[in-house]
Structures are given as structure tokens and as C-alpha cells.
Design a protein around this ligand. Structure first.
Ligand SMILES: [Zn+2]
Length: 497
């Protein structure tokens, strides 16, 4: 990705305005789709979209070119930094591109303030009226310069001819948006004020119909694609779990962050694959989504295990029973035992704990976890969070196989396995331990780590990660995080026989 938006550290919202402008352009071309997740927007390029136009082609070419293209937001009074250039961005008409000499970098400067709110105007084709130039159009104008200079390499040398070439692009885009055209000559002056033709809006192209019903969901992309509808019980279970767990932090970072951050990146790819492949959808529904729903409910039941272990074991037995019944009714192509091993194998592959051959000999479409691994690897998402989730799914399904074969104590063993698995939750990358640590660990203890062995395991990991932390040492010295108030462990594995 070489189309960069430079971060404005003084006014971060400026950076976001650039992104919004890019999204505004993308929304107007069917080869892009724009999707809003919980709090991020993603823009995806759909290769070979039937009605894809020249704007997706242009932006994709700029992304694919080895040239480094940086977009920088300026205030109206700022001067683009380029040798010999001393006019403000406002005087330059709101946009300026510096093709950095003797490098492979181009810097695109745009005024994100709309000339301090005075609005950029251009004369219309008759030179008698003025039309508005909103930020997305100014940005596209500058990007068109880069496209002609560095991708097509068809820019005229003469400066007015260069402007004319790009204004033809401007007008082609404006025509698609049914906006009035600007005068095509290269030397007409920029003005400010209220347009006398058209208004001050940029059309929202986002109302175009989604091409794929499974892409229509706002959240839970994989689950929705596998289930075919965003309003199922399972989705409700994920949403409620997310609300439940999003209060839990470690080092002031949400404990779910490593999972959610990756999920946002890779899940659209999985959702796409699932939406076009019925066999994959089937196995994703049974082994990805349904297993995850059971796992989430199990985790939510665990805090009770400190005081009422037998009640939790009973709930786990009912969960394993319901899961087995569902699978028996559906008869998926892939067996449960095979799915459990595929999940664990995919987890190891993501965690790079072993170099494995392809994780299944079956065609990939039957193996939902192979699809997830592929999507994570091709999206560049951090694999640590997903690896941990897949390990949890494999753990649940393995115990479901045991339970199915009447192995004694399968539900109780799953309860402790889940406790230990939770203690290996990935540490959020931007965690910074503070005086809140004691409160954070108390919540983690109450919500996730019902037994002392799991708590010791997490504490060991924290000490390894932050060996010099004074707050961690202080929490450790009081010992209450590690104190054992649960009889459950001694009832099971430590009980003398
Ligand atoms: Zn220009």
C-alpha cells in the first residue's frame, strides 16, 4: 500500500477528513465497496466488478504503483512545502502536488478547510456562473495529476495543457455525479463564495444497492455470511458477549482488542468466500459460528464455577449435548473430530508454533479454518488474536467429541481447559500498566479466571512481559489476585484418589 495519508498530529481529525474524501470518491464507483464496522470504515476493491469505472481503476493504479504517494491535509493559510513554492494552499486553489525530484515520491497537499469555509469555486463551461469544488473533487483532481504523470505517463509538458487534461477527468467524474461541469481551460481562476450553479454538497453515492446480500451486515461479518441473515439468535449472542467483555481492560487497552482489530481486517474476506461457496458456508456455520456461540456462552458461565462448579459442569453438559444434536441433524460434510483438529492445526499455523503442511487434504472449501488462515494471511491481519480464538474452538470441539464418546468427565475437563485457555489470552499490544492494574486484574479474575491455576498462569505471563513493573510487583505482593477461594480445582484433578 503506497497511497498514504500523513497523520496530522496536531489536528488528527484533519487526517480523517482526507479519508472521508477518499471514501466519498470510492462510494461513487461500483468497483469499490465501503463498509462501516464498529468504529472504522473499510474500502475494498472488487476486482472485475461489472460496472467498475475509471475512478476505482485510477485509485487502484495509484495504490499498486511503486511510487510513494502521500496525501497531506493543510489549513487554508499553510504553504505546501516544495522548493520555490511560496503561495498558500488557498491561493493555489485548494490542491497542490509536489513530484519530489530524484525520488519516487509524490506529495499531494489539499486544503481540508474549504478555504476557511469560504468555499472553492470554479467557473462553469460558459464562464458566466460558478460551481463548487468540494474536497473529494479537489483530491481527485490532484490524484489525476499523479495518475497521468506516473502511471499513464501521458501528461503534456506544457502546464496549461496538463491542467486541461486533468479538468477533463474532473468533468467526467462530475458528469457521473450529475454535477455541473467546470470550464475545461487550464488557466481559469479559482474563486470563493456561494456557487451560482448547483449547490455546496457532494453527492452521497452510498445509496447504491449492495451486490451481495451477505455483505449487507454491519457487524459479525463471518457469522452473518455463514448464517445468511443478520438477525439470528447466534448474532445476538455475539453482540451480547461483546458488550459484556468490552468493559474488561488490561493496561488500559480492551482485552478484546487483539481479536477485534484482526477480525475487522480479515473477516470481509472470509465473508466473501463464505457467501459464494455453499460447502464452506455449511462448515463455517457448524464449526466456526455454532462452536463459537457455545464457547462464548461457556466463558460467560465460568465465573460461577468458583462457587458453583457442579452447576457450571451441568450447563456445559447441556451445551455439549445441544451442539451434538444440532450436528447430528445437519450432518455436515466434515466430521466434528476432523473439524476440531483442523481448528487446532490452523491455530498452530497462525501462531507459527510449527511449520505445517496444508492443514487439510480436503478441498479448502470444506475447511472453514483454512479459509480463515488464508484470509488472515492475505489481509495482513495480526494472527495472534485469531490463533487464540481458533485454539478455543478446537478445545471446545475436542471435548464435544469426548462427550459424544461418553468419555467420563468431559464437561468438567472442558471447564478447566477453558479456564487455562482464558489465561493465555493475547496481551493487548498497546497495553500500558498503570495504577488501575489492581482494579483491572480484579475484574479479569471475576469475569474470566475462576481458578487459581489459571490466575497463576496469567500472572506468570504478565511478569514475563513486564519484568520491571512496580505496579505489577505491588499487586503481586498483596497476593489477593492469586489467593485461592475456589474449592473446584481440589474437587476434580487434585483430589486424592
Ligand atoms: Zn491541477
Amino acid at each position: 500500500m503506497v497511497l498514504d495519508v500523513s497523520l496530522n498530529l496536531i489536528k488528527p481529525e484533519r487526517t480523517y477528513q482526507i479519508f472521508e474524501a477518499l471514501v466519498g470518491i470510492a462510494r461513487c464507483d461500483p468497483a469499490f465497496y465501503v463498509k462501516r464496522y464498529d468504529f472504522v470504515l473499510g474500502v475494498y476493491y472488487i476486482g472485475g466488478a461489472p460496472n467498475g469505472g475509471r475512478w476505482s481503476t485510477l485509485i487502484k493504479a495509484l495504490i499498486d504503483t511503486p511510487r510513494q504517494i502521500t496525501i497531506t491535509a493543510l489549513e487554508a493559510s499553510q504553504i505546501p512545502s516544495a522548493p520555490g513554492h511560496n503561495a498558500t494552499i488557498r491561493a493555489t486553489g485548494g490542491g497542490f502536488t509536489w513530484r519530489v525530484e530524484n525520488t519516487s515520491e509524490s506529495i499531494v497537499y489539499v486544503d481540508v478547510t474549504d478555504a476557511d469555509g469560504k468555499h472553492y469555486l470554479m467557473p462553469d463551461t460558459t464562464m458566466t456562473k460558478t460551481v463548487y469544488m468540494p474536497l473529494p473533487l479537489i483530491l481527485l483532481h490532484e490524484l489525476s495529476h499523479v495518475y497521468h504523470d506516473d502511471v499513464l505517463r501521458d501528461s503534456p509538458t506544457e502546464i496549461l495543457a496538463r491542467e486541461k487534461q486533468v479538468r477533463n477527468d474532473d468533468n467526467a467524474f462530475r458528469a457521473e455525479l450529475t454535477l455541473p461541469s467546470i470550464h475545461p481551460a487550464g488557466d481559469v481562476p479559482v474563486q470563493h463564495g456561494t456557487p451560482t450553479l448547483g449547490d455546496l454538497t457532494f453527492p452521497a453515492c452510498g445509496s447504491k444497492k449492495p451486490r451481495n446480500p451477505w455483505r449487507d451486515c454491519k457487524k459479525c461479518a463471518i457469522a452473518t455470511a455463514a448464517l445468511g441473515s443478520p438477525v439470528t439468535r447466534q448474532i445476538a449472542a455475539f453482540r451480547s458477549a461483546k458488550r459484556h467483555f468490552q468493559e474488561i481492560t488490561l493496561g488500559s487497552a480492551p482485552i478484546l482488542a487483539p481479536m477485534m482489530n484482526s477480525y475487522r481486517l480479515f473477516s470481509p474476506r472470509v465473508a466473501d468466500a463464505v457467501s459464494t461457496d455453499p460447502a464452506l458456508r455449511d462448515s463455517m456455520r457448524h464449526y466456526g459460528v455454532q462452536a463459537a456461540v457455545h464457547l462464548v456462552k461457556l466463558v460467560q458461565a465460568l465465573p460461577t464455577a468458583a462457587s458453583e462448579p457442579d452447576e457450571v459442569v451441568g450447563r456445559i453438559e447441556r451445551s455439549l449435548g445441544a451442539y451434538a444434536t444440532d450436528l447430528a441433524a445437519a450432518m455436515p460434510i466434515m466430521g466434528l473430530g476432523e473439524a476440531a483438529e483442523a481448528a487446532l492445526s490452523a491455530s498452530r499455523q497462525l501462531a507459527r508454533r510449527s511449520e505445517l503442511p496444508p492443514i487439510s487434504t480436503r478441498p479448502p472449501s470444506c475447511n472453514p479454518f483454512a479459509s480463515i488462515v488464508n484470509s488472515i494471511q492475505s489481509s495482513g491481519a495480526d494472527p495472534e488474536g485469531p490463533a487464540w480464538i481458533l485454539e478455543g474452538l478446537g478445545m471446545y470441539m475436542r471435548h464435544a467429541v469426548d462427550w459424544h464418546h461418553d468419555a467420563p468427565g468431559a464437561a468438567r475437563r472442558l471447564m478447566f481447559a477453558a479456564g487455562s485457555w482464558l489465561a493465555t489470552v493475547p496481551l493487548p499490544r498497546d497495553a500500558v500498566l498503570s495504577e488501575h492494574l489492581r482494579r483491572e486484574l480484579n475484574l479479569i479474575r471475576a469475569e474470566l479466571l475462576f481458578d487459581v491455576i489459571a490466575r497463576k498462569l496469567l500472572m506468570r505471563r504478565l511478569i514475563d512481559h513486564w519484568p520491571d513493573s512496580a505496579v505489577l510487583r505491588a499487586v503481586l505482593e498483596t497476593g489477593d489476585f492469586l489467593s485461592s477461594d475456589d474449592a473446584s480445582r481440589s474437587v476434580s484433578s487434585c483430589q486424592p484418589i
